[in-house]
Design a protein around this ligand. Structure first.
Ligand code: HEC
Ligand code: HEC
Length: 664
């Protein structure tokens, strides 16, 4: 396909010899390792040979041309099927995380529209294996901004199964999405490493894909083993003119000596490069925003909403030390007081090329913004009785708090299938029952390949007990150790408990009296004391336990002995045991961003809502149910939502003003 003429060969040889003597890695010419990591990461994201289908059909030839896997011949949509962009090939990350394949731009077919690395299905088909599930448990989420900085630990997947991109990538490449069973982990790892070792650089990705983005002049060079080895001759020199390699020279710390690289090392490099790619998927932001590693502060500027803030000199993000909730209330106050808002007008302020709507933020969107930010009927600028309470979970400016809530989406689906009220009475085991019968209740892993995953399975008529309980599957499950410390860290937030703080210290007679405020009424608070405030919290002594009163306060007193060593005090919350917490994790899912929803329908983890208006009607219904105590384990913020029918259109208009042109 990429013939190299015989005449050129001596010239190439000459170049090779010259460079072999004169150029060593990392000097003499500008490199761009970070960009190369992202570039190669994308090629791996599209690689179709890692799949179990390829493994079983390639007859041991890692460069074989195989008949395409029928699972990718079509793309599922909410209403049917369309031809798949990877037909003739096999499963790859992009199959479920599309960008422009069905959309606009040089690589798109201009039919269904762009995606923010989601697909069009309610749930995505996975390669069928005997008797096992044929689709992902959940709707494929957007991956743009999945890794931006946050003030909570990183949780990935809607149930928090993964705590790092690295684990997620390895888990996915060797898991059900790629056709592998938990018992085939070792086979999968060995196969994936062999694809890298044996790649001949002449396949579709290395030569043709995306306008030959990954083609090198000399096809032999474009092999993964050259790329993973940073094109080295193992004497520190390059095997060809390094200036032609700039886009392919991965960071030296990821490069491998391919003569000795183990399967695990190869898999790690794959994961590092795909991670670099994922970390580079951002919504539009100011140049002083995020760098290649995703470090920094995102200052969003791509949507009509962002342009509205900019045009009116409104703050685009919280001030240092300000919480997202405080920022949201300040913003509400500021927009309410705007005497003459400067609206955003199509063509003057911007124009969409990947959305059919106009680039616009006017009175209707502003009305929607106010409903979105309003938290109680008494908030400044509340619009009639409409309280969105939305920013409580969809915190600005990323429009997510990155943690887990139950809005009723799992119950909505279960009750729609099995009848009203059935989810509330569904049997869900307690912690000890769950742990003593792993296979019956929890998701399959390499240690438990035969587990049913009953509670991460979408409900259906033929499986009455099956349902997707989200975080419940992961919380306190020893098979998923990595997210546990992060979950413990966010537990007070999940339980809605705020740590009180000392507001005042006084000496009254012989006593030190400490007053604490800002606690959650009813919370149990422990006072810790130490003579050395540099010691870790674990080594402090608990000296008292107090219950926070209805006003969120309590006071504590201790006698002061002038002869004793000085004492430091601090507060800690007494958190419930895992057994008590588990029922509170039922049906919680990670809050999704609301940016650019025009490119990720259908919505909710169930994929059961196709329009924004339909999602808002879902909130109308489930906030009402929550007030009637009809939602099992409802989030406390849910009953705070009050939306009249008149609120739907302005809120939907506001959500559409968060759209932007997202392209690859
Ligand atoms: C068969 C479809 C499918 C394939 C193939 C697939 N994904 Fe996913 N991806 C999903 C679904 C569905 C979810 C949501 C999973 C969940 O919550 O259980 C997801 C979630 C994710 C997330 C988490 C996003 C977040 O914010 O929590 C990342 C990151 C991701 N995928 C990356 C990848 C990578 C990298 C690959 C290739 C190695 C890949 N995916 C392959 C369907 C797929
Ligand atoms: C209690 C926290 C919370 C509140 C309050 C809340 N949301 Fe959500 N929102 C979530 C979570 C969690 C999900 C994902 C639910 C699921 O799929 O199970 C979600 C999903 C959505 C989705 C679907 C996004 C997608 O990609 O599928 C939209 C749209 C949305 N919310 C808008 C709103 C609006 C508008 C409001 C205010 C009226 C609001 N939310 C209030 C937590 C919340």
């Amino acid at each position: 396909m990429c013939p190299r003429s015989v005449l050129n060969a001596p010239v190439a040889m000459l170049a090779m010899i010259l460079w072999a003597f004169s150029v060593r890695a990392q000097d003499k010419f500008p490199t761009d390792f970070a960009a190369a990591d992202v570039n190669i990461g994308e090629r791996l994201f599209l690689e179709t040979r890692f799949s179990q289908y390829f493994f079983t059909n390639c007859a041991g030839d890692d460069n074989a041309e195989i008949p395409g896997d029928s699972i990718v011949s079509t793309l599922r949509t909410a209403t049917g099927h369309v031809p798949g962009p990877f037909r003739g090939l096999a499963m790859n990350c992009r199959q479920c995380h599309l960008v422009d394949e069905e959309g606009y731009g040089p690589f798109g077919n201009n039919i269904l529209g762009n995606r923010t690395y989601a697909d069009f299905a309610r749930r995505s088909p996975v390669p069928p294996r005997a008797g096992l599930r044929t689709q992902t448990p959940r709707n494929s989420p957007t991956l743009v901004d999945s890794f931006i900085p946050r003030n909570v630990p990183l949780f990935l997947h809607l149930d928090g199964q993964f705590a790092s991109a690295h684990d997620l990538i390895i888990g996915t490449l060797t898991g059900r999405n790629f056709g592998w069973l938990p018992s085939e982990y070792a086979t999968a790892v060995h196969h994936i490493a062999n694809v890298i070792r044996n790649d001949d650089g002449a396949g579709y990705l290395a030569t043709e894909a995306r306008d030959s983005r990954w083609r090198l002049e000399d096809t032999d060079l474009a092999t993964y083993s050259n790329i993973f080895a940073d094109f080295t001759n193992y004497d520190g020199s390059f095997i060809t003119d390094p200036r032609t390699l700039k886009a392919f020279l991965i960071s030296p710390q990821y490069a491998l000596d391919m003569r000795y690289a183990s399967d695990e090392q190869i898999l790690n490099t794959i994961a590092n490069l795909i991670e670099a790619y994922l970390r580079n998927l951002f919504f539009s932001q100011a140049t002083n925003g995020l760098d290649f590693e995703g470090e920094g502060t995102a200052i969003f500027n791509g949507s009509p909403f962002d342009v509205f803030l900019i045009k009116n000199g409104l703050p685009q993000l919280p001030d240092p030390g300000e919480t997202p909730a405080q920022y949201a209330q300040r913003l509400l106050q500021l927009v309410t007081q705007l005497p003459h808002p400067n609206f955003v007008t199509n063509q003057i302020d911007g124009q969409f090329t990947t959305h059919k709507q106009s680039f616009h933020f006017g009175a209707e969107e502003l009305k929607g913004l106010k409903i979105f930010l309003t938290v109680t009927n008494t908030s400044p600028g509340h619009v009639g009785a409409n309280v969105g309470n939305c920013a409580t979970c969809h915190s600005l400016p990323a429009f997510t708090d990155f943690i887990f809530h139950n809005t009723g989406a799992a119950q909505e689906e279960y009750d729609a299938i099995h009848g009203a009220g059935t989810f509330k009475s569904l049997y869900i085991p307690d912690l000890s029952t769950r742990q003593t019968n792993y296979n019956a209740f929890l998701p399959p892993t390499t240690n438990y390949p035969d587990a049913t995953g009953l509670f991460e399975t979408p409900p259906s008529k033929d499986m009455p007990g099956a349902v997707d309980l989200g975080l419940w599957n992961v919380y306190a499950n020893p098979e998923f150790p990595t997210p546990q410390p992060g979950l413990q860290q966010i537990l007070p937030q999940l339980l809605g408990l705020s740590l009180p703080r000392f507001a005042r210290a006084q000496i009254v007679g012989q006593n030190l009296v400490l007053n604490a405020t800002n606690g959650t009424p009813g919370a149990v608070c422990i006072i810790l004391a130490s003579t050395n405030n540099l010691l870790p919290t674990g080594s402090w002594q608990a000296v008292a336990t107090n219950i926070v009163d209805d006003a969120g306060t309590f006071s504590f007193s201790a006698s002061v002995n002038p002869a004793a060593a000085q004492t430091f005090y601090k507060l800690s919350l007494s958190l419930p045991s895992p057994g008590a917490v588990l029922p509170l994790t039922v049906a919680r899912f990670k809050t999704p961003t609301l940016r650019d929803l025009g490119q990720s329908a259908p919505y909710l983890h169930t994929g059961r809502r196709e329009t924004l208006e339909a999602v808002l009607q879902f909130y109308q219904e489930f906030s009402t149910k929550a007030r009637l105590n009809e939602v099992r384990n409802a989030d406390s913020a849910l009953s705070g939502i009050h939306l009249s029918d008149a609120a739907i259109e302005p809120l939907a208009a506001f959500l559409r003003s968060l759209n932007e042109d997202y392209t690859d």
